[in-house]
Design a protein around this ligand. Structure first.
Ligand code: ADP
Ligand code: MG
Length: 407
């Protein structure tokens, strides 16, 4: 049975590849290379837009942007994962619901400049930009945020060479502002709803740690996640399931949560305790609310266990159980899993994982498993074999190590 592992590139490899694409396309060496990671959320799913907690980490898989500043307002773009060279004038960027929205992937790039300008940070220069990435697309690992955050780093760098601009990448507050701009780029220009966890993870995580992200005030706490030293690994299973059903489902979940919050007289479901009286809600609203409230509690419990000490004995078991309970809640109450996700979790647990769950929005995408290293090969083989028997697409695997943020 062949096992496909999606390896990450080293920073040098990524820079070389993207510089070569830049030179081939624009006929000169780039002035700079920036990059930003995809992310994997360890626990805390569908909580960000409910004012709750999530616990993501940055992946070693990154999107690279080779860039040169231009003297005009034109952005010329090429991507190893896209087709042809695109050109967008920053003066013509308009929202996705306007008469003249930016079509396709360049929206994620020019949207960042638009959002920084909307935030009152002044006029940004155009740029030539080449993109290459080892973050899989649409796998729930946030290739979209990796793209936004890589170009956000590039614009910050260009602007830092002008007076009146203090480098945003250099401070936590600056990075938080870049997160806001990237969220607006994705929501308003690309027209994709996103709660904000992805951009915060890509810009604010640190190597070796997860962040406990409080969506209510966008604050983050860095918590060491030394799985490697503990002989464990976080295995990502990219199901590669076709997720046509996903359209509209995210918006529908969000709307139901907002309706439930309104009925209960709170701004966000995160304000409710585990013992809140949900009897005034419809059955569907009760299910969704139950997931959100319990998931926030699991995330806090998980963070507390991580801060309490090493990954051993009962503590390790409790961490695994929280992950698996999270999956159950997403399957039963939030109804965002698909058979590929459920089966990945089932096989992982049956073959030695300490805990496993879907990660990201659901409806396809990826699952994760916390696995003792010596059992990792067995877990991958079991999942791949079962997928073949079920007639699913061949899964891809990633080894997730908590990695560095956008730079
Ligand atoms: P995810 O963020 O989970 O990977 P999304 O649907 O949010 O999935 O984002 C994927 C989209 O982001 C792609 O369809 C494409 O428009 C854009 N994108 C991401 N990475 C790149 C890239 N390297 N080159 C071009 N477009 C990209
Ligand atoms: Mg995305």
């Amino acid at each position: 049975m062949s096992i496909v592992v999606n390896e990450s590139w080293t920073l040098e490899e990524g820079a070389d590849r993207v510089s070569a694409l830049f030179e081939q396309t624009f006929g000169a060496r780039p002035q700079a290379v920036h990059s930003a990671p995809g992310r994997v959320n360890v626990i805390g799913e569908h909580t960000d837009y409910n004012g709750g907690f999530a616990l993501p980490m940055a992946l070693p898989h990154r999107t690279y942007a080779a860039v040169s500043k231009r003297d005009d307002r034109v952005v010329r773009l090429v991507s190893a994962q896209g087709q042809g060279v695109r050109e967008v004038n920053l003066d013509e960027v308009d929202t996705h619901d306007s008469d003249n929205p930016v079509q396709g992937w360049p929206a994620y790039v020019v949207g960042v400049a638009w959002a920084l300008e909307q935030a009152g940070l002044g006029e940004l220069p155009g740029m030539d930009v080449a993109i290459d990435s080892c973050v899989p697309f649409g796998a729930g690992l946030s290739s979209s945020a990796a793209l936004e955050c890589a170009v956000a780093a590039a614009w910050d760098d260009f602007m830092s060479q002008t007076p009146d601009w203090s480098p945003m990448l250099a401070t936590e507050e600056g990075r938080a502002k870049l997160v806001e701009a990237c969220i607006r780029a994705e929501n308003d220009i690309a027209g994709a709803p996103t709660g904000g966890m992805d951009q915060a993870a890509s810009l604010r995580c640190k190597a070796g740690s997860v962040i406990l992200l409080d969506s209510k005030d966008s604050s983050v706490r860095h918590i060491p996640f030394a799985i490697d030293e503990a002989g464990l690994e976080l295995l990502v299973i990219d199901t590669r399931a076709e997720h046509s059903l996903a359209d509209g489902q995210y918006a529908e979940r969000r709307a139901t949560c907002e309706a439930a919050a309104k009925k209960l007289g709170v701004e966000f479901l995160s304000e409710l305790g585990m013992d809140a009286d949900l009897s005034g809600l419809s059955q569907l609203e009760q299910m969704r609310t139950r997931h959100v409230v319990s998931e926030i509690q699991r995330t806090l419990d998980f963070a507390q266990l991580l801060e309490a000490g090493d990954f051993v004995g009962e503590r390790l078991q409790a961490l695994g159980e929280l992950m698996t309970e999270s999956h159950e809640s997403l399957r039963v109450d939030y109804e965002v899993t698909v058979p590929e996700l459920d089966i990945a979790v089932e096989e992982a647990l049956a073959n030695g994982a300490v805990g496993a769950r879907m990660t990201g929005g659901g409806f396809g995408g990826s699952a994760i498993a916390l696995v003792p290293k010596e059992k990792s090969a067995r877990v991958m083989e079991a999942i791949a074999a079962r997928y073949e028997r079920e007639g699913f697409n061949e899964p891809h695997f990633l080894h997730a190590v908590p990695s560095a943020p956008a730079e």
